[in-house]
Design a protein around this ligand. Structure first.
Ligand SMILES: Nc1nc2c(ncn2[C@@H]2O[C@H](COP(=O)(O)OP(=O)(O)OP(=O)(O)O)[C@@H](O)[C@H]2O)c(=O)[nH]1
Length: 656
């Protein structure tokens, strides 16, 4: 954070400095340009003044020039000698006739009578027409070979007619005419130059370019084009060598020439660049100092926060308790300490509650009546309570850290167990999770124990655990087995007549129904016999109920012994019995069977070592595959029985 603050201070300082520099440089450039143009205007005024002064000088001399000066060199010489100033101001003084023929030259004492060239001719005519001094176009001096100009003044005779032309030539390089200009060049590397409005250079630091056109060099300079178009003022432009400069242009009032100045940007802005470097350096130093101060300030401000941080670390490591927090401070740190103290106090309380809960849960699990086992998803046991020790025979110490499969899973179930654990480890729940199932577990001694298993899954500390309650149901299974055996006996009992041991009414009804169906299917008749012991009540009454029971048992036994195994003998109630004969060929066979049974009963019964004659009456009904119901068949057999009774008992009747 401190670094961020320092960086912010540094960045802000640099940005402010750069913005200030950009604004200052823009203003400074404007100042330099304006200054440059002012200087140039002043120089232009000086040049104008120099030309005007020479014009005036020439005019004043022309007024006093001797009339014979053109024809008498001595007179001309004497005249010039009387004007030493003119000798200094002009390279040569000349006298021309009206046709432009040079009549006399003073200075180098050479003379020529050559007629003027067309350009000179035009210049002479202009001078004569003007009637006042005029300045020539620049030309190359025949004497010096240097750029020169000439001021020409018409000289009039007594009649006011132009008698001759008086001229003074000026060497633009050597007469000191422009020396002052050169001295006022901008900076060290800047320079001044003069060109005609057509672009012919009259003055330039590069002497080879004199009297050549400014655009004789290939390339383009926007400032030059602007100047040739009449621009006055200053402008920033790139020259033909690719170098930037500030260009100023001013037109001379006297000649229309353009005086220009070039000030290279490198030099013009050198102070500004230096100032920029100084400013940036100063800004950097300022920023560094400000950043350092900010850092120190932050350190001081953060010291209490550091202390708080240290205290929190001590509290976390356990080397201090929450009382070390400085809650008396009346600042933000104090507020933070109070809030943190409260938070820690609440946390400690919550942790204590969690510990209590964990201890309670641990105790509950440890003392649970059922075995509680937890294991990692690899099967390694992590918890094993007392009930697990008791039920499976392994102590907690022995079991924890071992594979649950080795401890309690019967060998034939281990493959299935491992498949389930692998699926659990891969995140799948499997059908066993959250289900209550009855399985077999293994005791340490090899016994298989039936258990009721409830498996759950638990995520703790980023890992998944399988948890299981195993309830030993050995006693329940034994009890259930006993109940099942008892119930089986009770069915059995429900289907047997307890006194005689033969089928009861329930079985009879089932058997009859099935027999009728079979009879219809196989188209074989069946016979139903309905029997009743004759005068049975009398036996009970005379010899007691026990003797009656003996008769009933013996009677049933004789019936069973008299029929085929596929036939069914049942006692309906009291002394009433029935026999279902399956696959009876016809009524004749039914008669034969009935006779055989009646005969079998006739043999005396042994009651209390006494013989007693017992007889039975029997009604038989034949069923031959029609739609007759069980009830209808029984009713027919019953009425046949009554018919037998009516016939005097101890006999049978086979019904229609
Ligand atoms: N000892 C004994 N007697 C029974 C039992 N069930 C019914 N009885 C008796 O059997 C007798 C049946 O008599 P009935 O069949 O009505 O009359 P019966 O004396 O046999 O006369 P008929 O049938 O007309 O020859 C009744 O006295 C019943 O109390 C039993 O399980 N044991």
């Amino acid at each position: 954070m401190t670094g961020v603050v320092v960086m912010l201070v540094l960045t802000a300082t640099v940005i402010v400095t750069l913005v200030a520099l950009v604004l200052a440089e823009r203003d400074m450039k404007s100042v330099i340009g304006d200054q440059q143009y002012s200087l140039l205007s002043s120089i232009a005024a000086q040049v104008d003044a120099q030309i005007e002064a020479r014009k005036v000088l020439l005019a004043s001399m022309a007024d006093t020039i001797p009339a014979n000066a053109a024809s008498d060199p001595a007179a001309m010489q004497a005249f010039v000698d009387r004007h030493p100033v003119a000798r200094k101001q002009f390279l040569n003084l000349h006298i021309f006739n009206r046709e432009g023929m040079l009549l006399h030259t003073e200075g180098d004492h050479t003379s020529t009578t050559r007629p003027p060239n067309p350009r000179a001719r035009e210049f002479f005519e202009r001078a004569m027409a003007a009637g006042k001094p005029v300045v020539s176009l620049p030309y190359k001096s025949e004497i010096t070979g240097l750029p020169s100009i000439m001021i020409l003044h018409p000289v009039r005779d007594a009649q006011g007619k132009v008698a001759m032309l008086f001229g003074g030539s000026i060497d633009l390089s050597n007469t000191g005419f422009l020396d002052q200009i050169a001295l006022q060049k901008p900076g060290q590397t800047g320079y001044l130059f003069i060109m005609t409005r057509e672009g012919i250079l009259l003055h330039h630091p590069d002497a080879t370019r004199l009297l050549t056109h400014i655009n004789a060099r290939p390339g383009y300079n926007r400032a030059t084009e602007m100047a040739l178009d009449g621009f006055e003022g200053w402008v920033e432009a790139t020259n033909k060598d690719g170098s930037d400069g500030i260009y100023s242009y001013k037109h001379l009032a006297s000649t229309g020439w353009i005086i220009g100045a070039r000030f290279p940007v490198d030099e013009a802005f050198a102070p500004m660049i230096a100032m920029r470097q100084h400013a940036l350096l100063a800004a950097a130093i300022f920023a560094a100092v400000a950043g350092l101060l900010a850092w120190l300030l932050i350190q001081v401000l953060l010291r209490p926060l550091d202390r708080l941080h240290r205290h929190i670390g001590d509290i976390r490591s356990g080397s201090a308790d929450i009382s070390v927090l400085q809650r008396r401070r009346r600042d933000e740190i104090g507020g933070l300490s109070i809030a943190f103290h409260e938070l820690m106090a609440e946390r400690e309380k919550a942790q204590e509650a969690i510990r209590d809960n964990e201890s309670l849960i641990s105790n509950i699990l440890e003392r649970a009546p059922d075995a509680f086992v937890s294991c990692e998803n690899t099967g390694i046991v992590t918890m094993w309570n007392r009930a697990a020790e008791r039920i499976f025979g392994w102590s907690g110490e022995e079991a924890i850290g071992r594979d649950i499969a080795e401890l309690i899973i019967p060998p034939d179930q281990r493959d299935a167990h491992r498949t389930g654990m692998t699926r659990f480890a891969q995140g799948g729940k499997g059908p066993m999770i959250n289900a209550r199932v009855r399985v077999t577990a293994l005791h340490r001694d090899g016994r298989e124990i039936p258990v009721e298993l409830s498996i759950g899954s638990l995520r703790h500390g980023g890992a998944y655990y399988a948890t299981a309650f195993l309830h030993d149901i050995t006693e329940r299974v034994e009890y259930e087995q006993k109940i099942a055996a008892s119930e089986a006996r009770f069915k059995q009992l429900a289907r047997i007549d307890t006194l005689t041991g033969i089928a009861n009414r329930l079985v009879f009804e089932e058997v009859l129904q099935q027999a009728i169906l079979r009879s219809r299917r196989h188209r074989k008749p069946l016979a139903l016999a309905y029997l009743d012991i004759d005068y049975f009540k009398e036996i009970n009454d005379t010899q007691g109920h026990g003797a009656g029971d003996v008769v009933l048992r013996e009677f049933a036994a004789r019936l069973v012994a008299s029929v085929r195994a596929s036939d069914t003998v049942a006692r309906l109630a009291g002394d009433e019995f029935v026999i279902v004969f399956e696959q009876v060929a016809n009524a004749a066979e039914a008669n034969r069977l009935a006779a055989k049974i009646v005969e079998a009963v006739r043999s005396p019964f042994m009651l209390d070592d006494e013989q007693r004659k017992v007889t039975t009456s029997m009604g038989v009904a034949l069923h031959e595959g029609d739609d007759e119901t069980c009830g209808e068949l029984v009713a027919r057999a019953d009425s046949a029985l009554y018919a037998a009774k009516r016939n005097g008992r101890d006999g049978y009747v086979v019904g229609d």
